[in-house]
Design a protein around this ligand. Structure first.
Ligand code: CP
Length: 304
């Protein structure tokens, strides 16, 4: 039984193989249209989602399988007090694989320990979001042609941003990666990411608070939303939410072959005037998410 709870559950070789399969599925989706016939994906989402849930469902439908699930804690028996471990025991009788999003860090891991089917972490609190990371890696691979020798700027909420934490962990394993961490003081990456991932891996990084100064160096600019739902008080959120706004003026000094990624949803951090810039890749990125999830489902079901 295999699960995907953290991006580090996959070795670099397994990650590369999964991205290669996702690339084949992107190029020739018709060859995989019946791979999961008779199989069911359960999407158990205790927290809101558009891209992750719907791209998981699109992925399973593209593979010829079926989907079932719930999209909020309120519409499941969690509202009556049922535990995640009891829920997954039951879902194991109804589906072949489960994608779970939960506001509590570690909930998908707990589920995996009690599950009869593979569990995929579709985002747990401020902790990890491994399928977003696979999406980000596929986007970089498709657009830059490589996952090594890149200077990656991560901008915005680096403290609570689970996509940022997962991406740093995954990309730190490739050669020649350098991070520029762009955030206000209050939203810097957690100490455990700095110490256990960056420092331990001798990964070059800088922590800065000015986006424009960093811009000329970047091969990838990964913008993130300041997440209202992760703040303990509204005043801090209001004070910090508009710290960074990427507009055309700020892109003036960016490389021509830099790409702008964002896990989405966006709120204020990227002006809509940037959307037409050929370097704006965030909507294409959301599209690639379907293919990495197709590859992941097929791999975890041993059908690849
Ligand atoms: N990127 C991402 O996780 O988006 P959703 O919250 O819409 O799933």
């Amino acid at each position: 039984m295999k699960h995907l709870i953290s991006p580090m559950d996959l070795s670099v070789e397994e990650t590369d193989a999964l991205l290669a399969l996702a690339g084949k599925m992107y190029d020739h989706p018709e060859q995989y249209a019946h791979l999961c016939e008779g199989k069911k994906l359960a999407t158990c989402f205790y927290e809101p989602s558009t891209r992750t849930r719907l791209s998981f469902e699109a992925a399973m439908l593209n593979l010829g399988g079926s989907v079932l699930g719930f999209q909020s804690a309120d519409s499941s028996s969690a509202a009556k007090g049922e535990s995640v471990s009891d829920t997954i025991r039951v879902i194991s009788y109804y589906a072949d694989i489960c994608a779970m999003r939960h506001p509590k860090e570690g909930a998908p891991l707990v589920a995996s320990l009690h599950s009869g089917i593979p569990v995929i972490n579709a985002g747990d609190g401020g902790h990890n979001h491994p399928t977003q990371t696979l999406t980000d890696l596929m986007t970089m691979k498709q657009l830059k042609g490589r996952l090594n020798n890149l200077t990656i700027g991560l901008c915005g909420d680096l403290k609570f941003g689970r996509t940022v934490h997962s991406l740093i962990k995954a990309m730190s394993r490739y050669e020649g990666i350098r991070f520029i961490l762009i955030s206000p003081e209050e939203l810097k990456v957690p100490a455990y990411i700095r110490e256990e991932v960056l420092d331990a891996g001798h990964i070059p990084y800088e922590e800065v608070s000015n986006l424009e100064n960093a811009m000329p160096e970047l091969d990838i600019l990964y913008m993130t939303r300041v997440q209202r739902e992760r703040f303990f008080n509204e005043e801090d959120y209001i004070r910090l939410k508009d710290t960074f706004l990427l507009d055309k003026k700020k892109l003036a000094n960016a490389k021509d072959d830099m790409f702008i990624l964002h896990p989405l949803p966006r709120v204020n951090e990227i002006s809509v005037e940037v959307d037409d810039d050929p370097r704006a890749a965030y909507f294409r990125q959301a599209g690639y998410g379907v293919y990495v999830r197709m590859a992941l489902i097929a791999t975890l079901l041993d059908l690849a």
